[in-house]
Design a protein around this ligand. Structure first.
Ligand code: ADP
Ligand code: MG
Length: 201
């Protein structure tokens, strides 16, 4: 499933992660724990080929950059530009794009999936609102909906529970367990030990 070999990342003079080896060979929920600055976000971004790294990151025996259609990624909230002019429904629809060819329009069935996901996270009434006009928790639910429409085998979540209300937390945990029962894997970072202990394999 996921195979990480001798993975290191250096930012100029900081060696952020040093020679990580990790094999995930069955459907599971994997938690990466550590304090701020430990390198959790860096590890996720390296595995997903978003930043340069040394070593190997393979997903289903392919370099991760060739497996992106099987991967959903929700980045850490502080890195997201809330002022990007995009409506809730469009933002969720971005989750469909890994499945359709580049520059192809989404079909009716894709939009139905988008609307279904919005309903699931309780945001159907907000679908035409700009994302800049949402609360932090509502925006987090948009990201969960985007993740849902992607129907990815592998889901990478960077600090997903920060700022999430109890209902959205419950929903996200349910999605995580469903992904695993469908044969996938979840890889998430947290600095809250309690969450990791209860949720992870
Ligand atoms: P975590 O997600 O565990 O809080 P990060 O992966 O964000 O940790 O950061 C790991 C280390 O790398 C920290 O020391 C941080 O300051 C440094 N770092 C992260 N991103 C950059 C960057 N773009 N440029 C330089 N240093 C960075
Ligand atoms: Mg981080």
């Amino acid at each position: 499933m996921i195979n990480i070999t001798n993975l290191s990342v250096r930012y100029k003079d900081t060696l952020a992660i040093d020679n990580i080896n990790l094999q995930i060979d069955k459907p599971s929920i994997i938690g990466i724990i550590g304090p701020n600055g430990a390198g959790k976000s860096t590890l996720i971004k390296a595995i997903l080929n978003i930043i340069p790294f040394k070593g190997k990151a393979e997903i289903d025996n392919l370099p991760s950059k060739d497996a992106l259609s099987d991967i959903a990624y929700v980045e850490q909230k502080i890195n997201i530009d809330y002022n990007f002019p995009i409506k809730v429904r469009e933002c969720v629809s971005l989750g469909v794009y890994p499945k359709v060819k580049l520059f192809h329009k989404l079909k009716k069935e894709h939009w139905e999936k988008v609307d279904e996901a919005l309903k699931l996270v309780g945001l159907e009434k907000f679908s035409h609102r700009q994302i800049s006009e949402l609360s932090g928790g509502q925006f987090q639910r948009v990201l969960i909906a985007r993740c849902l429409v992607q129907e990815a085998k592998y889901i990478f979540l960077d600090e997903p529970f920060v700022g999430l209300d109890p209902k959205a937390t419950f929903l996200l945990k349910k999605i995580m367990h469903e992904c695993v029962s469908n044969g996938g894997a979840i890889f998430f970072s947290t600095h809250v030990l309690d969450v990791a202990e209860k949720l992870c394999n």
